[in-house]
Design a protein around this ligand. Sequence first.
Ligand code: ZN
Length: 121
Amino acid sequence: MNKRGYFIHGGDPSGGFAVVAPSLQEARRIVYQAGEIEADWIDIAGWWCRDAKVGDLPIGVVEDLRTGLVRGMYQYLEDFECDACGEIGFVCKYNGQVLCMSCKREKKKEKQNERSNQKSG
Ligand SMILES: [Zn+2]
């Protein structure tokens, strides 16, 4: 079966669920039937996360928020622990890690430095 990653919400995209399903319609149905969102069927919406890697995940709601983020269904999480510094806050994905904004900035800087070192070296 074709598996795709979807982000499904109940009318407010600032909060929603990562879902693995063969289609958007099916992803909406899974969330609706799971009773995870208090919303009418008509309000349940979402989108296909084109770059999400979900081939090895089971069909259904992705219960682990971290997995949802690392696999590309969430763009960020709030009140979540940073892999690097351990602080709880606003995190996003960077190179397969879950990082807060300041750690992400640091890693980006490191990467840029590596690149410029390679260029000059
Ligand atoms: Zn951090």
